[in-house]
Design a protein. Structure first.
Length: 97
């Protein structure tokens, strides 16, 4: 083999070995591009994911205010008063003597 071919083979094999080096390492870590996959998996496997306060069925509210709101929907307010307005009234085509 000539020296140029040997150099080309060594250069090509070293480049391929450099690319495969990261692939052959078995890392037991997470990359920065993985996001919150651990947290997402943890939430998927949670037995009771709801807030404990969600079991409270007694919702506090003002009854009089609620009745007033319902009455507004049942009886609509009267329409606003109409106003007569005249704008740009002129005598078109009429000449005065």
């Amino acid at each position: 083999m000539s020296r140029n071919k040997l150099l080309l083979v060594l250069l090509g094999s070293s480049l391929l070995a450099g690319c495969a080096a990261d692939y052959l390492h078995n890392y037991d870590t997470m990359t920065l591009a993985s996001g919150d996959t651990q947290k997402a998996n943890q939430l998927l496997q949670t037995v009771d994911p709801y807030n404990p306060a969600s079991n409270n069925t007694k919702i506090e509210g003002d009854g009089a205010r609620s009745v007033a709101v319902v009455q507004q929907y049942k009886v609509p307010p009267p329409p606003p008063p109409t106003t007569n307005m005249t704008v740009n009234v002129g005598t078109s085509g009429v000449t005065t003597p």
